[in-house]
Design a protein around this ligand. Sequence first.
Ligand code: FES
Ligand code: FES
Length: 192
Amino acid sequence: MNAPETLVPPGTAQPGHSHGAAQTYPLTLTINGRQQEFRVEAWVTLLDLLREHAGLTGSKKGCDHGQCGACTVLVGGRRINSCLTLAVMQNGKDVTTVEGLADGDRLHPLQQAFIDHDAFQCGYCTSGQLCSAVGLMNEGTACTAGQVRELMSGNVCRCGAYPGIVAAVTEVMGIPGHDDPSRPFQPGTVPA
Ligand code: FES
Ligand code: FES
């Protein structure tokens, strides 16, 4: 549910004294390196804050239930489903969205690798895939293509661009793109 940023003038809402209007709460987030102030109702998710209040629509709402990963962003360098956390719970945190990955006109290496490996079709899942991959790299736990697949399994791609996604992520991570180099995946086939 998307709600307006404030239903009462800023500064007038007091928790416990709503006078019939929805209470709003102040919060400060540093989004893609820029500190911003908001007032939102307690039920506003981080995803809705980013899309509806901060104007950052790169993060997508696929399921709104933590099932697809399209809304994945980084909070303090850790990947989370932004549809599953309330914005007020992240007060004071550093948030990175897909809009914050590039360095000016220079794409993040993962963004370039996604292009090079044709790792998307419609692109709806891509921002979540990219943020998830950055989080995965920050975690430092994936050492094989199979682990990349497993640890990014929360990011669904309805277009089935998984081979390209795994190829892109493993390339940037500097690990083999196939668990068994003798049996590389061939597009158009089903690995047995
Ligand atoms: S929109 Fe958040 S997991 Fe699907
Ligand atoms: S590229 Fe279409 S859902 Fe992934």
